[in-house]
Design a protein around this ligand. Structure first.
Ligand SMILES: [Zn+2]
Length: 65
């Protein structure tokens, strides 16, 4: 299993990270409508795409299925 190519999004307000397993328009659409699970910030224009990562080695920040 190779999970080194997950897309990481970051909350503008609290810098909470979300990991998405693949780049998929439906998934990105869902994330764009998701309020931050950490600080509750409204989803609209909140998520910043910060890059690629690995939720296994960055497990403490993992908050996405
Ligand atoms: Zn947040």
């Amino acid at each position: 299993m190779d999970n080194k190519n997950e897309v990481i999004f970051e909350c503008r307000k609290c810098e909470h990270n979300l990991f998405a397993e693949s780049i998929d328009l439906k998934l990105i659409d869902r994330i764009s409508k998701m309020n931050c699970p950490n600080c509750g910030e409204d989803a609209e224009r909140n998520w910043i795409l910060v890059g690629l990562g690995d939720s296994e080695t960055q497990e403490n920040e993992y908050n996405w299925r």
